[in-house]
Design a protein around this ligand. Structure first.
Ligand code: LLP
Length: 451
């Protein structure tokens, strides 16, 4: 069967009493960077077996083309407006990823001095960077202003006055937006919902005009925009529209008070398909927002993170131990919650597919239900549960959708070095972060010298 034949009408998942079967070929049909050739997994034209041979496992692998294609889709969908796509660095902050996006003309959304330094090191322009986050410090602000940051997305009055103080000291006006909390339910996991009044983010919709008026009185504040970000992994367009409506109302109120803005920033949050979710497409998202946005006559900013990189990346991991028990089968792999915490932290369901298809073909035949777990000493250390797979020790598995919030959320828990990262483009591959050494994990530690 050719790949295209397999795409037609094949369902991605089969749920049985024993567990969930994710059909690898039907899944990859939705993932432009991945494909099977003669039963072996490829990213672009690079064989995953080759990647493993060169760089070992666990290893994150990203497709340059997949990153650029989504960036371009945003750009094309909003082509009728002056716009700036500020990629949210927290999703994947590898310098190679940032450099590829900077070259494509992207701006960036950052939340720390560290992220700004990464953007600059990767060739990004400070003037195309927006600085988000609830807890900016004096030195963060000083550094960002000195570098010529494009805009601070301000989340409180106390931050506003701090920015004014720093700007006064540097004698350099600070460009700002207020991040408005529109109190809209993003209908996503509670840990990644940010636009409800109970969340720590932003200035309430009700207070926004008064805070803008206060900002207008400050000597070194240059009001340039308005901002809102309501959450992440949103699959519907309605919450975005509801948030936009609230922001538009504020823009009109501000105009009435003589406060003119240059841009509106709608944040990030567009969801992706991990297994069989059906998120709104970038084009549908644009179609829903464009009519309201074009009336404003403002430059439009977006801060997408996940949607640009999630499906451009996979995490490769090798099966080290198979441990069937009376109640459960455990496949212990060489990646763990320290490498990919999304399943443990958000109960995220991510697809696990083999790098070589089983000989007996596809379907649930010959499969067993497995919990794919790491070697960390915690029951919460799992990457997937009850997945129907046909496994042998030494098999390499790919966890898809791992390009966003994968490596960036990884840690050294249990003194585990962080994984290597590799970029592929066409038929070439390159190491973009070498695997950490164990010595590096304690190189900055010092033995106690006292009594
Ligand atoms: N802008 C701001 C102000 C944000 O806080 C975020 C994400 C973004 C943009 C990008 O959102 P995206 O387009 O990626 O949804 N670790 C979680 C996601 C946390 C998102 C935090 N903020 C996860 O793995 O699902």
């Amino acid at each position: 069967m050719s790949h295209s034949e397999q795409q037609t009408g094949e369902s991605v998942t089969i749920q049985t009493d024993q567990g969930l079967y994710v059909n690898p070929q039907a899944l990859t049909a939705h993932l432009p960077a991945l494909d099977y050739h003669d039963g072996a997994l490829y990213m672009e034209q690079v064989s995953i077996a080759d990647v493993v041979k060169h760089y070992g496992t666990p290893c994150y692998v990203y497709s340059k083309q997949a990153i650029l294609d989504v960036y371009q889709a945003y750009s094309d969908s909003f082509a009728s407006l002056t716009h700036q796509i500020c990629y949210a660095v927290k999703a994947n902050s590898n310098l190679a990823v940032l450099g590829i996006l900077a070259q494509a003309g992207a701006g960036f959304d950052i939340v720390s001095r560290g992220e700004l330094m990464r953007v600059l090191a990767a060739g990004g322009e400070a003037a195309r960077v927006v600085f988000s986050g609830v807890g900016k410090t004096y030195s963060d602000i000083e550094y960002a202003l000195t570098q010529g940051i494009g805009c601070f997305n301000v989340e409180s009055i106390s931050e506003l006055t701090l920015i004014n103080d720093v700007a006064q000291k540097l004698d350099k006006p600070a460009p700002i937006s207020l991040r408005v909390n529109p109190n809209v339910d993003a209908k996503t996991h509670p840990y990644i919902s940010t636009g409800l009044k109970d969340n720590k983010f932003g200035i309430t919709h009700e207070d926004a005009v008064a805070v803008y008026e206060q900002a207008a009185q400050l000597s070194h504040i240059d009001i340039v925009g308005i901002d809102c970000h309501i959450g992440s992994q949103l699959t519907e367009v309605a919450p975005f529209v509801a948030a936009l409506d609230k922001v538009v109302e504020l823009i009109h109120n501000l105009r009435d008070k003589g406060i003119e803005l240059r841009h509106i920033d709608l944040g990030g949050g567009l969801g992706v398909r991990y297994i069989d979710e059906t998120p709104v497409s970038i084009d549908e998202f644009a179609q829903a927002l464009l009519p309201k946005l074009s009336e404003l006559g403002l430059t439009v900013f977006f801060e997408p993170g996940r949607s640009i990189v999630a499906n451009a990346g996979i995490l490769l991991t090798k099966v080290d131990v198979l441990k069937p028990t009376e109640h459960k089968n455990f496949a212990i792999v060489d990646a763990a919650m320290n490498d990919l915490i999304r399943p443990a932290l958000y109960q995220a369901e991510m697809a696990v597919i083999p790098s070589v298809l089983p000989e007996n073909g596809i379907g649930t035949d010959g499969t067993q239900p497995w919990d794919i777990v790491g070697a960390i000493c915690e029951t919460g250390d799992f990457l997937a549960k009850d997945r129907l797979l046909s496994l042998a020790v030494g098999d390499v598995l790919a966890i898809t959708g791992a390009g966003a919030y994968g490596f960036t959320m990884s840690s050294n828990y249990n003194s585990r070095p962080r994984a290597s990262e590799v970029m592929v483009a066409d038929d070439s591959h390159q190491l973009i972060r070498k695997r950490e050494t164990i010595e590096a994990l304690y190189a900055d530690e010092v033995l106690w010298q006292g009594k």
